[in-house]
Design a protein around this ligand. Structure first.
Ligand SMILES: C=CC1=C(C)c2cc3[nH]c(cc4nc(cc5[nH]c(cc1n2)c(C)c5CCC(=O)O)C(CCC(=O)O)=C4C)c(C)c3C=C
Ligand SMILES: [Fe+2]
Ligand SMILES: [Fe+2]
Length: 343
């Protein structure tokens, strides 16, 4: 029997330093997130980052936490509940870090007799810190606990017309009647090194002005290309003219060179360029989370106004909107209808 596992990133159990610490430990000790040798990673994460960050992150989580829990997990559960109603195979939900765990999601499907799993990372663009780590852990669990299971992997869906249409329609709806000066596409950043590591040609991704626009097999796994492509297709659907939109990368950690331009730096410069009414969309996330609700809707909003901006609109993610749930359900239904699947 076929079944589906929707997988999102995950959140701490509560917005306290006590619960944020083990969550950050699991997250940042992941070799696909901080991709340095184990001993150096342990030194960096446990010796430095976890000494101060849990308290700071907990305070940020506390600002966005809902009565029902972390927005990312609550929204994912709502989306899961809707999708379940729309398809006729078992669908489970898991988080890469924290709960419900990937193992519990696979176990739940296994207990319902599922042997063919559609493994669905809820990330529009491919990155080793988001997609690869899910696939790797799922495969580890499969080999160890469910060797009879087969996986069909849902690749990054940044170029799927129905996803792009959902995103464009959502942006359009939120911009209705809003006379904005500029629309910013802010994506989660990653270190430039990650782009080079995922370059299957080992020579294409120069991270310059042209590589991401020059066709290459590398683009199947190039996060930067996929972000540019998402922006390009959405502005085309919306008919937004050149100059009225731009793209940046947010949420960098100190140390490495991350993808540029940086969201915070660019947002702060906008008012002096005459941008007084700014709208921001965050298409690296399908569910609102700390990075959209705190970093953008609160922090970037505050900084924009402190630098002379007047109005700031944070456009919500697709979340559990009917349109997005219908798209996900259609992809599942199509897959269920296909006789043969690949392992
Ligand atoms: C080396 C560090 C990080 C990389 C690389 C990274 C990539 C990456 N992350 C997401 C999605 C999310 N990240 C979120 C929070 C978050 N991210 C990092 C670090 C890296 N992310 C940290 C330390 C945190 C925790 C919060 C903090 O302390 O600042 C979240 C929000 C989770 C929530 O509970 O709301 C998401 C979602 C992607 C898609 C990605 C690669 C493209
Ligand atoms: Fe992150
Ligand atoms: Fe590129």
């Amino acid at each position: 029997m076929k079944g589906v596992l929707l997988v999102n990133l995950g959140s701490p159990e509560s917005p306290t330093a006590k619960d944020v610490k083990p969550y950050l430990d699991e997250f940042l000790m992941d070799k696909y997130v901080i991709d340095v040798p184990f001993l150096l990673r342990a030194l960096l994460v446990r010796g430095i980052i976890l000494q101060t960050r849990p308290k700071k992150s907990a305070a940020a989580y506390a600002k966005i936490w809902w009565d029902e829990g972390s927005p990312l997990v609550v929204i994912s559960k709502r989306m899961h509940a809707k999708v379940k109603q729309l398809v006729n195979v078992p669908v489970s939900l898991a988080m890469r870090y924290g709960n419900p765990s990937l193992l519990s999601g696979l176990q739940e499907l296994h207990d319902q007799g599922v042997t063919e799993v559609m493994l669905f990372p809820l990330y529009p663009q491919h990155a080793m810190a988001s997609t690869t780590t899910i696939l790797e852990l799922a495969e580890e669990h499969r080999k160890k606990y469910f060797p009879e299971m087969k996986f069909t992997i849902v690749p990054a869906f940044y170029n799927k017309p129905d996803y792009l249409q959902n995103l464009a329609d959502s942006i359009k709806g939120h911009l209705e009647g809003y006379d904005y000066d500029h629309l910013l596409f802010s994506y989660h950043g990653i270190p430039e090194r990650h782009i080079r590591k995922t370059d299957i040609t080992k020579s294409h991704c120069k991270i310059d002005g042209s590589c991401c626009n020059t066709p290459s097999p590398a683009h199947e796994f190039c996060y930067r290309h996929q972000c540019y492509e998402t922006t390009k297709q959405v502005v085309k659907l919306l008919g937004i003219p050149e100059g009225k939109y731009s793209q940046t990368f947010q949420s960098r950690l100190a140390g490495d060179k991350w993808l540029t331009p940086y969201t915070d730096v660019e947002v702060n410069k906008m008012p002096e360029k005459g941008i007084k009414k700014l709208a921001v969309v965050t298409p690296a996330f399908v569910s609102d989370c700390l990075e959209t609700l705190e970093e953008i809707a609160m922090e970037a909003n505050h900084e924009f106004k402190a630098h002379g901006g007047e109005e700031f609109l944070a456009i919500p993610c697709l979340n559990d909107s009917d349109a997005w749930c219908n798209t996900v359900s259609n992809w599942i239904t199509k897959w269920v209808a296909v006789e043969k699947t690949t392992a």
